[in-house]
Ligand binder design. Sequence first.
Ligand code: ZN
Length: 153
Amino acid sequence: MQIANNKVVYIHYTLKNDAGDTLDSSDGGAPLAFLHGSGGIIKGLESALEGKSSGDKLEVVVEPEEGYGASHPEAIQQVPKSAFQGIDDLAVGMRLQAETADGAVPIKVTAIEDDIVTIDANHELAGERLHFAVSVESVRDATEEEISHGHVH
Ligand code: ZN
């Protein structure tokens, strides 16, 4: 069975960055399941998998525009340390939820200098070219319920 819209697809994958560092992998766990055509995985990977079948292995390079988007400078902000009251162990690399008018946004602390904290609300993989090694484990028809919900059950 070939991968097409409204098929449920199970893949094993390893994701590396340009430097060859492994960022994520399904190795040793359950395969990743997604409903093809529902936007459940990034666009560049979904379109590369179109028409593939169980047992196929492929290497896919996804540019940021088809992945997690460009890194936006306006998502990087400097805020006074006093905005982090109640957080005793504030440190570079820490991930927090920022309360904004649009709801909670995940941010990362990227620098602390004196009383100024630099935070970055870009997706962790924004601006990265993604290198996927994928093997298609199985493909099946989605159920009516899965199609109406837009995800795998
Ligand atoms: Zn559901």
